[in-house]
Design a protein around this ligand. Structure first.
Ligand SMILES: [Zn+2]
Length: 126
């Protein structure tokens, strides 16, 4: 799973690929006032922390048609990465819980047996 994380991490981008359209600067162009004739374009939008104010800012990168599939793949990798991070979180929670349950059982057993029962009582709880 860690290898998977590393592989995905290398190729991922946090952001969204967005398709839109716009009117161009040429006032004589048919795109003006006609939604259907507007020029389509694609961009990657990602929110980035503004260093000074600490606010989230939207950064835009234009995506060319030939770059599109790569950008889309990279964005999907980010989602996949988070799915794995989430899975790891679940496993780590269980690992910590299991470790403490084990420790608790050991100290309780020791306390019952009578040998080295030094202060082990208050621990565990679980
Ligand atoms: Zn135009």
């Amino acid at each position: 799973m860690l290898t998977q994380l590393r592989l995905l991490g290398a190729g991922m981008i946090r952001g969204s690929v967005i398709r839109s359209s716009r009117e161009c600067a040429n006032m004589g162009c048919a795109c003006h006032g006609n939604r259907e004739r507007r020029h389509p374009f694609i961009y990657l939008s990602r929110s980035k922390k503004d260093d000074q104010a600490g606010r989230q800012r939207n950064r835009i990168v234009y995506v060319r048609e030939c770059e599109l599939s790569e950008f889309e793949k990279a964005v999907r990798m980010y989602d996949e990465l988070w799915r794995i991070v989430d899975e790891l979180s679940e496993l780590n929670i269980q690992a910590i819980k299991a470790r403490h349950r084990e420790q608790g059982a050991r100290t309780r057993r020791r306390a019952r047996g009578g040998d080295e029962g030094r202060g082990a009582a208050g621990l565990g709880g679980g």
